[in-house]
Design a protein around this ligand. Structure first.
Ligand code: DLL
Length: 433
């Protein structure tokens, strides 16, 4: 298995912590000098950057939140003058103003390099033909993987997202070997291929690099079988750099975080307290190499845990588990915390469920209700009411026993839940309106 940057990816832990500390101190000095928000923060807590003498000391500093970025919209958190910024992207937030992020020329190089790392870890080499089916534009997904692929020397096909039949034709004719998109779009592509009668075995596809949204292990198995590929997960967020923060190797036992560029902490989302290694909590990230848009203790809202043990691939970097979802996507139904990904796991385990589902949360009087809409495969028939009832009972019982919350399951006709081309919308929460 190839490793793109063995010096950093396989660095002994003590050495990595030393490197992180040096880079952290340099970053803190720079933000204190150049970003008013951070300058004020240090003043408020009566600290100087020099007071941070270890990585553990980081916990003495306040968090940065999306609200801080909103208050400093658009360029207030930039640490360099705009003339040094060569690229601007934006987060995919759907409410309020989006967050604006900037990159210097060096940031673009750093970004390309860390994306090249996880793409190499996923099995991409300069011999590959990489089809990028993420939306090009303000979203960081397409550009990040595009630049990473070029750095590896692979041949990039920038199809962008959508136009699924054309994607498939290109895959056939241009002999695509690696597919890059959201996991939900991968399902959309697989489904369309089946409809078109295209046998995935007749394609040259080998690997799929999917990210940008949470997806379960069950969904991975589904995609791997339907497309006949090896599928890996990769994680990132625009505020921190975009894709490239972490990615899986072929062992598929967690996503390796680029620790020479980011310090990862897990906190209790309610108290803000740093949790011991292995705990499940909210991921907080501090950038160590970014010039234009450094972030100190940025609260990602993503719920995961960290694994510090060595991976069989030889990399020593800490791995983050697949995220359960975002703390702000967590549904509280009748007082029980529910992540859409948990329901996804249950559904995939039931034969006959299609990987298309939607959760509708509502309130009747003071009581929350959860309706799980699922598509059933065309070959399962429910002409018989008794058969249908048995199926519904089975899914409802499983949801109740796994999540501890009752749900009404409703079967919907094949092809009625909207297909995703980018990130899927899984939840309709009517309680907010
Ligand atoms: O989604 C960056 C990205 C693009 C990562 C392509 C990987 C591949 P944003 O649009 O700012 O950036 O959204 C970031 O998406 O906080 C997570 O909640 C979610 N997310 C991203 N990747 C994963 C993943 C990009 N692999 C937000 N698993 C993050 C689970 C993910 N959630």
């Amino acid at each position: 298995m190839q490793i793109w940057d063995p010096q950093f990816e396989c660095m002994p832990r003590e050495e990595m912590e030393q490197l992180q500390l040096e880079r952290l101190q340099a970053t803190l000095n720079r933000v204190c000098k150049n970003v008013t928000c951070y300058k004020n923060r240090f003043k408020e807590i009566g600290m100087e950057p020099e007071d941070i003498r270890s990585i553990a000391d980081l916990s003495k500093l306040p968090f940065t939140t999306k609200e801080d970025l909103r208050l400093n919209y658009p360029y207030g958190m930039f640490a360099v003058p705009l003339r040094e910024v060569v690229r601007i992207h934006s987060s995919s937030g759907t409410t309020g103003k989006p967050t604006v992020v900037g990159y210097t020329r060096q940031d673009i190089k750093t970004w390309s390099n860390i994306v090249a790392r996880f793409m190499t870890a996923a099995g991409v080499t300069h011999d590959d033909v990489v089809q990028i089916a993420f939306g090009y534009g303000l979203f960081t997904g397409a550009f990040g993987l595009h630049y990473g692929s070029e750095m590896i020397g692979a041949s990039v096909i920038p199809t962008g997202s959508g136009n699924t039949e054309k994607q498939i034709m290109i895959m056939q004719d241009y002999k695509t070997t690696a597919l890059v998109c959201t996991p939900s779009y991968a399902v959309t592509i697989a489904e369309r291929m089946e409809k078109m009668g295209v046998d995935p075995k007749s394609l040259s596809l080998k690997v799929g690099l999917f990210g940008g949204e949470p997806w379960s292990e069950a969904m991975r198995r589904e995609i791997e079988t339907r497309l006949g590929i090896s599928a890996t997960d990769n994680y990132g967020l625009s505020e921190v750099i975009g894709p490239g923060v972490a990615g899986e190797c072929q062992c598929k036992k967690g996503m390796h975080i680029c620790e020479d560029s980011f310090v990862a902490e897990i906190i209790d989302p309610d108290t803000g307290e740093v949790l011991p290694p292995g705990s499940v909590g909210e991921l907080v990230l501090t950038t160590l190499t970014k010039e234009a848009f450094p972030m100190i203790r940025y609260r990602t809202r993503d719920i995961t845990s960290l694994e510090y043990g060595k991976c069989d691939c030889g990399r020593t970097t800490v791995r983050m588990k697949k995220t359960m979802g975002r703390s702000d996507d967590m549904l509280i139904i009748k007082g029980v915390n529910v992540y859409p990904s948990q329901i996804e796991e249950v559904l995939f385990a039931v034969e006959g469920c299609e990987p298309h589902y939607q959760l509708v949360v509502d309130r009747k009087g003071t009581l929350d209700t959860l309706e799980v809409r699922i598509e059933v495969t065309e070959n399962i028939f429910f002409d018989e009411m008794k058969q249908q009832k048995a199926f519904l009972d089975k899914v409802e019982r499983r949801i109740d026993s796994v999540l501890g919350v009752g749900a009404t399951v409703k079967l919907v006709e094949p092809n009625t839940i909207p297909r995703a081309e980018g990130k899927a919308t899984r939840v309709i929460d009517k309680r907010k309106f």
